[in-house]
Write a protein that binds this ligand. Structure first.
Ligand code: CMC
Length: 444
């Protein structure tokens, strides 16, 4: 396969228009030309949509390592340079200066809100923060030890049933998205209360997004919990860092479900399930379990790293490695700093922070990790922050999900609005039995 480089195009996706902007492939005696697509940051892709009809071949790419599934203008990652931007704005700037609600607006609508837009947007969160009382009874159906991710996904779908009149309407998109973002916080807090057998606590209209979540999780009927400004700021930062991350596993799931024209509730519920696994959002819980185990067993970090490098062993350094980042994950740098600041402000001495730092130091100097370009990702330190906020490990991935909701909403809308959009339906290479006759039961 031969790809020739040409000048970059400035405005979003553009199809190559000169002879140079083509990819030529040779199959046997025949030669075919495929167009090259160029993004606004100069990244380049070969458009293979006509590959099967012209050559009779499909592209095989397990895990979509090299497959672009859409053209998107929401977030941009340069994995080699460790860059992440939402709608063109650096993650470092947003984490430092923005709030989660403002960043959510940016991610969903493409621009930072004006003061009046932000006021109106925030007021809608308050308006829709309560759950329908009927919906509340659904919590009764879950056993006390049900995983909060299972509850979250089920309840988002159940919520869609209570909003059926508006769920499928484009006209109500603004209202539906705020309902989801706001109520998801109430569902998360209720699922936590359910898991510890405490009564549900209702939201306070005057509290901000993050303060309200902490209040609903930690207040009890006889004692109000007022979160500190440090805790609110750390949670805002945590959510901002998770707000979008281009075509990761859960976002691709949301877009795939959306491509069948399923509504936002159904698509986001599917995204929650996809996020759950330990290779994706579930890694934050897996990291803290790993660090706790090392602390409990008094395992030397050097010995643990040796265990990871042993090829007969399947142990991974959870919170390390990324499909796209091959230099550093910018979110990890921000979260590590935020972790240090929060623990020092709250005067918390968490021994797992020292273990994590030691592991990072050893790994970053070790040939195994260097040669594979494995660096700490966003999940490596995030669990320590969440624990400092009093959040239990089985809620960590729920917190990731709450943060990712704006991204899923924006991606769902982009998928739906794409005039060239198609139902996602990958092909396969079949390697099963070839044609054979059915044998009657008596003959088997
Ligand atoms: N510890 C030890 N070895 C690793 C790790 C790790 N965390 N991650 C990758 N490797 C090795 C892997 O064994 C392979 O080695 P070899 O070439 O000898 O077979 C090589 O590095 C390439 O790894 P890969 O699994 O082919 O890479 P991938 O792009 O398919 O997987 C990943 C990316 C994130 C799933 C993987 O790095 C991993 O499992 N990390 C641990 C789980 C984790 O922290 N997940 C959170 C990701 S960030 C949050 C999010 O957005 O989801």
């Amino acid at each position: 396969m031969l790809c020739q480089r040409a000048g970059l195009h400035q405005n979003g996706e553009s199809m190559a228009d000169s002879k140079k902007d083509i990819c030529r492939i040779e199959l046997g005696e025949s030669s075919y030309e495929l167009p090259v697509v160029v993004g606004s940051e100069g990244e380049r892709g070969i458009d293979i949509s006509s590959l099967r009809s012209t050559t009779g071949h499909i592209a095989l790419d397990r895990g979509y390592m090299n497959t672009g599934s859409c053209v998107s203008s929401i977030s941009y990652i340069d994995g080699e340079q460790g860059i992440l931007r939402y709608r063109g704005i650096a993650i470092e700037d947003l984490a430092e200066k923005s709030t989660f609600v403002e960043t959510a607006y940016l991610v969903i609508y493409g621009e930072l809100p004006t003061a009046s837009q932000l006021k109106e947007f925030s007021a809608m969160f308050t308006k829709y923060e309560m759950l329908h009382e009927g919906l509340k009874h659904h919590f009764e159906g879950f056993p006390p030890n049900a995983h909060p991710m299972a509850i979250l996904s089920s309840m988002i779908n159940a919520m869609g049933c209570y909003e059926a009149d508006i769920a499928d309407s484009d006209q109500h998109f603004d209202e539906v998205l705020v309902r989801i973002m706001s109520k998801v916080r109430t569902i998360a807090a209720f699922s936590y209360k359910k898991s510890i057998g405490e009564p549900f606590i209702y939201p306070y209209p005057e509290f901000s997004y993050c303060a309200n979540l902490l209040h609903m999780m930690f207040s009890v009927p006889y004692k109000e919990f007022f979160p500190s400004k440090e805790a609110i700021s750390a949670l805002n930062k945590f959510f901002i860092l998770h707000a979008d991350h281009e075509q990761n596993c859960s976002t691709s799931t949301v877009r795939m479900v959306a491509s069948s024209k399923a509504n936002l509730f159904a698509s986001i519920a599917a995204g929650v399930c996809s996020l759950w696994g330990p290779l994706h959002g579930g890694a934050n819980m897996a990291v803290i379990e790993m660090l706790d185990q090392l602390y409990k067993d008094k395992t030397k970090t050097k010995d643990f790293v040796a265990q990871i490098k042993d090829s007969t062993n399947k142990t991974k350094l959870m919170g390390f490695g990324h499909r796209v980042y091959k230099n550093h994950d910018p979110r990890a740098k921000i979260i590590k700093k935020s972790c240090d600041e929060l623990l020092s402000k709250l005067k918390i001495n968490d021994p797992t922070l020292e273990i994590a730092k030691e592991l990072e130091e050893i790994a970053l100097q070790d040939e195994y990790f260097i040669s594979r370009k494995l660096y700490p990702n966003v999940d490596f330190y995030s669990g320590i922050i969440l624990r400092a906020l009093g959040i239990p490990a089985n809620m960590f991935t729920v917190m990731f999900a709450i943060g990712r909701i704006p991204g899923w909403i924006a991606q769902w809308r982009e998928e739906n609005a794409d005039p060239k959009g198609k139902i996602c339906r990958p092909r396969q290479i079949y390697n099963g039995q070839t044609s054979r006759p059915y044998k009657k039961l008596a003959d088997r």
